[in-house]
Each structure stands twice: as structure tokens, then as C-alpha cells.
Ligand binder design. Structure first.
Ligand code: NDP
Length: 487
């Protein structure tokens, strides 16, 4: 059997590296190597920059409407190939096809479409100053870099390329080593849609390739999605030539369920916010605070629905709604957290172990796990686990729960369930988090800016402000009268 090897995608084509170095990509649901990918060595890195310079020159000279037309063609192709692309995401990530089929590609395409629509609306301003005047131009930054995590590979590539390219920049994207294929497919689609070569290049590899991107003097901005610790390293290297940065980092988000909440709705939110994508979502509400008066009722429904409605197994089976974790190593990390939870005195309501479903016996599955009677000082309550592990805590009063919810250095998401609208808004306004939901959890439309407070991030993705963050303002002062000079 010949080994399938993917090369780096540079200047509209696959380009072979010189070092011949490759890495394997494993299907998390089967523990089998599916294909290999060539590492972006120094040769590829040089090609990527040279190509992006050419791509940028051509792309930034086009009108926003021309760029928008090409981006919209790519959106059409993404939607047309939804099923094929969704399957690629399932094989790379281990997530269920029932999710990838209707979320990953669609929400990626939505964001490119949104920014394609916004691109032609970008305008500078003009203002008189006496007889003179000045005007401003919104200019692209140049070559930007995108570095992605492994949980939503194609969607992250779309979320970063949409605004960057709409604003007229070129983007060099590095997907996670664990999920390299989605970004390549997007690159092929952009070329097919008529985008000039070099506008979107994909380089492959691990941390050292990411580091190269974050230190290269020709790169003006880095948009990073990943862990807090890696984000700090990226910012440090980006400081070498004062690159702009956007940081989409981890979270340990609270969901607060008041005594007047619709319990069934709140349970749905807690389950979605802990078990969707087998818990590998940055905004997950892994700290669920429930008011003491509804605590037992909430737990009863949560346990029943978790034990009856979750089906783990081959992620390509449309009935399966809990997939495999990304790697064996990550599965171990999640199981270690579970052990730590038990050791520190949290009580298991359900789960707490690995799973070996009949249809995917070698996959890296962890049972949906719920700890109850948790206290704020437990490790499982404080640290991001990034797996299907929920901690439930009891509270009695509003001020108390706000203080406890805010007792973290992170600040990505937060949710409140209450039918008292004044209380819901009052509480949300006091939570230190960038992405908040009232009587809902997890929705993230292209129009809504998303990003973290505190150590969960810097800058935003999606929404109008993100387009601006991929531009720089040039002010042009025009003298209409004679210069007054003392010389
Ligand atoms: P990592 O931080 O491990 O990796 C993210 C990316 O950075 C990968 O492409 C990785 O390469 C690369 N990388 C690793 N080290 C460096 C470095 N020193 N310099 C530059 N790039 C580097 O995150 P994960 O992939 O493990 O993703 C999970 C994390 O992402 C969680 O914390 C989650 O909360 C967060 N996340 C945040 C989101 C948000 O929008 N706020 C959305 C999704 C996830 P490689 O993997 O190939 O080593």
C-alpha cells in the first residue's frame, strides 16, 4: 500500500519540501495512521513568504467588490462540498458527523460570507481643518499569519481568513499538526474560486513552524487560537517586530442557573456546553452553578438525560453524538483530571472513565462525566480540561455566585439562566467574560464579536470590529493654503 503524503500548499499548488521530513496523522476514532504530511522546512518557509508577497501585491490592488466576489464563490464551493469536507473533519478530529455536517463547514462559510459582504463597505473619512483638510484610508496590514487549534480546524481557518482576506491582506495559515487537512481543502477552494496564488498559503508542522511565523519580520499580524500558555509564547515572539496579535485562548466558563430558570432548558445548555464536540470547545461552561432550591431537580434531569441520550461510537455513524478525543495523550490528560477530581473529594454523578464503544473500540473516548458537590478550590473546577467533564456547584445568593464565577484568571464565556430579565442582565453585566449568553449557550453567529477577557484572549473574531483589526489607518493631511513657516 502506498503512503498518502500531503505537501505544503504554496502559491496555488502543492510544493515538496527539501528535508523530506513528514509527520503522521492519526484517526482518533480508530488509532490508525491515515496519511502523512510534509513539514514546512526552511525552503518551504522561504517560498511561503515570497509567494505571499506576490499574492498580497495582486490582492490588495483589487477593489473590495472584486475580492468580495471571489470570497463569495469560495463560500458557494464550501457549502456545495459540505458533506465531503465534514467527513474530512470527522476523520481528523474524531467529532461526530452529525455535528460536522451542519456546523463546522456552515459556520466557517457564514463568516467568510459575512466579511465578503462587509469588505466593500469599508470607508475612510474626510474632515476639513480650516482651509486644509485630511482624509483617512483603511489599508491592509500586509502578510498576516493564522495559527489554529485542532478542535474546529476548517472553521478556524475560515474565521481567520474571512476578515484577513476581505480587508486585502495575504494570510499564511498553520493548522494544528493533528488536523492538517481542512485548511488545505480551503486553500484549494480559494484557488478554484479565482483567488490569486499566494493570497492564502498553508504551511504544516508543529510548534517550531508556528514559532517561525510569529518571529518572521515580514509578517505584520498573528491571529492565534490555542492554549493560554502557548498564547503567551506567541505574544512574546510577536513582540520581536511589534506584530499585532489576536489571541483566542482557553476558558473555564461559568453557567449560573437561578431558581426561577426553566430547568429543562438549563440542563440542555449545560449538556451542550460540556458534551458537544466531546467537550473540546473553548467556551464550554465547565463550572455549572445551580441554585440550592433547584439543585436536586436539576441533577435528576441532568443524570437521566446524560445516561439515556448520549451515544458514543464511530463518529461517522449519524446516530453517534459523542466522538473520540483528539489523541491518546489528550485522553490520558482528561482521565488524569477525572482521577484528581475523585481524589480531591468531588462526587461522581455519572461517567468518570474511558469508553470502548463497539463500533470504535480503539478510539480515544471518555464517558460524559459529571462531578457534583464540587468546591471552588478543586483542580477540576479551576483548570481547563478540554474534555467531557462537567463540575456542578451549589449557590445560594446572587452576589455570592457572581464573586465565585469571577474568581478565575480566565474570562472567555459565561451564561445565566433566569426568567427574571432584570436579574439576568444585571448578573451578566458583572461577569468578567467576553462571550455571554442569557437563556442560551454556545451560539456564535458571524455577526457577533467573540473573544476573551483577562487571560482568555486579546482582540475579537467575527463582527465588524474584526475587519478593522486587519487594517491600519493612514491619515493624509492636504494643505490648501500657503505654509506658514518661521524659517
Ligand atoms: P495549542 O496552544 O497547543 O496549539 C495551538 C496551535 O499553536 C497549534 O497549531 C500548535 O501547533 C501551535 N503552536 C504550539 N506551540 C507554538 C509556539 N510556541 N508558537 C507558535 N505556535 C505554536 O492548543 P491546542 O491545539 O491544544 O488547542 C486547544 C486549546 O485551544 C484549548 O486551550 C482551547 O480552549 C483553545 N481554543 C480557544 C478557542 C477560542 O476561540 N478562544 C477556540 C478553540 C480552541 P501543533 O498543534 O501542531 O503543535
Amino acid at each position: 500500500m502506498t503512503t498518502l503524503i500531503y505537501q505544503n500548499f504554496i502559491h496555488g499548488a502543492f510544493v515538496a519540501n527539501k528535508s523530506k521530513e513528514t509527520f503522521p496523522v492519526i484517526n482518533p476514532a480508530t488509532d490508525e495512521v491515515m496519511y502523512h504530511v510534509e513539514v514546512a522546512d526552511e525552503y518551504i518557509q522561504r517560498q511561503a513568504i515570497g509567494s505571499a508577497q506576490q499574492g498580497f501585491a495582486q490582492w490588495s490592488a483589487m477593489t473590495p467588490v472584486e475580492r468580495s466576489r471571489i470570497l463569495n464563490k469560495a463560500v458557494y464551493l464550501l457549502r456545495e462540498r459540505n458533506d465531503e469536507l465534514a467527513k474530512i473533519e470527522v476523520l481528523d478530529t474524531g467529532k461526530p458527523i452529525q455535528e460536522a455536517d451542519c456546523v463546522d463547514i456552515q459556520t466557517g462559510a457564514d463568516v467568510i460570507e459575512y466579511f465578503a459582504g462587509l469588505a466593500p463597505t469599508q470607508m475612510g473619512a474626510q474632515q476639513p481643518v480650516g482651509d486644509d483638510f485630511f482624509y483617512t484610508r483603511k489599508e491592509p496590514l500586509g502578510i498576516c499569519a493564522g495559527i489554529g487549534a485542532w478542535n474546529y480546524p476548517l472553521q478556524i481557518a475560515c474565521w481567520k481568513s474571512g476578515p484577513a482576506l476581505a480587508a486585502g491582506n495575504a494570510l499564511i495559515f498553520k493548522p494544528s499538526e493533528e488536523t492538517p487537512l481542512g485548511a488545505i481543502k480551503l486553500a484549494e477552494i480559494f484557488i478554484e474560486a479565482g483567488m490569486p496564488a499566494g493570497v492564502f498559503n498553508v504551511v504544516q508542522g508543529a510548534a517550531n513552524v508556528g514559532q517561525w511565523l510569529t518571529t518572521h519580520p515580514e509578517i505584520e499580524k498573528v491571529s492565534f487560537t490555542g492554549e493560554v500558555g502557548t498564547g503567551k509564547k506567541v505574544m512574546q515572539s510577536a513582540a520581536s517586530n511589534l506584530k499585532e496579535v489576536t489571541m483566542e485562548l482557553g476558558g473555564k466558563s461559568p453557567l449560573i442557573v437561578f431558581d426561577d430558570a426553566d430547568i429543562t432548558e438549563a440542563v440542555s445548555a449545560a449538556m451542550l456546553g460540556n458534551f458537544y464536540t466531546q467537550g473540546e470547545i473553548c467556551t464550554n461552561c465547565t463550572r455549572v452553578y445551580v441554585h440550592k432550591d433547584i439543585y436536586q431537580a436539576f441533577l435528576t434531569e441532568l443524570k437521566t438525560r446524560t445516561e439515556q441520550n448520549i451515544i458514543a461510537g464511530d463518529p461517522l455513524d449519524p446516530k453517534v453524538n459523542l466522538g473520540a478525543l483528539i489523541s491518546k495523550q489528550h485522553q490520558k490528560l482528561v482521565l488524569d483530571y477525572i482521577e484528581q477530581g475523585k481524589n480531591e473529594g468531588a462526587k461522581l454523578l455519572t461517567g468518570g472513565h474511558a469508553l470502548t464503544p463497539e463500533s470504535a473500540p480503539n478510539g480515544y473516548f471518555v464517558a460524559p462525566t459529571i462531578f457534583v458537590d464540587c468546591t471552588d478550590d478543586m483542580t477540576i473546577v479551576k483548570e481547563e480540561i478540554f474534555g467531557p467533564v462537567m463540575s456542578v456547584l451549589v449557590f445560594e445568593d446572587e452576589d455570592e455566585v457572581i464573586a465565585r464565577a469571577n474568581d478565575t484568571e480566565l474570562g472567555l464565556g459565561a451564561g445565566v439562566f433566569s426568567l427574571n430579565i432584570q436579574r439576568a442582565h444585571r448578573v451578566i453585566h458583572q461577569l468578567k467574560a467576553g462571550i455571554c449568553w442569557i437563556n442560551s449557550y454556545g451560539n456564535s453567529p458571524a455577526e457577533m464579536p467573540v473573544g476573551g477577557y483577562q487571560q482568555s484572549g486579546i482582540g475579537r473574531e467575527n463582527g465588524v470590529e474584526t475587519l478593522n483589526s486587519y487594517t491600519q489607518t493612514k491619515s493624509v493631511y492636504v494643505g490648501m493654503s500657503k505654509i506658514e513657516s518661521p524659517f
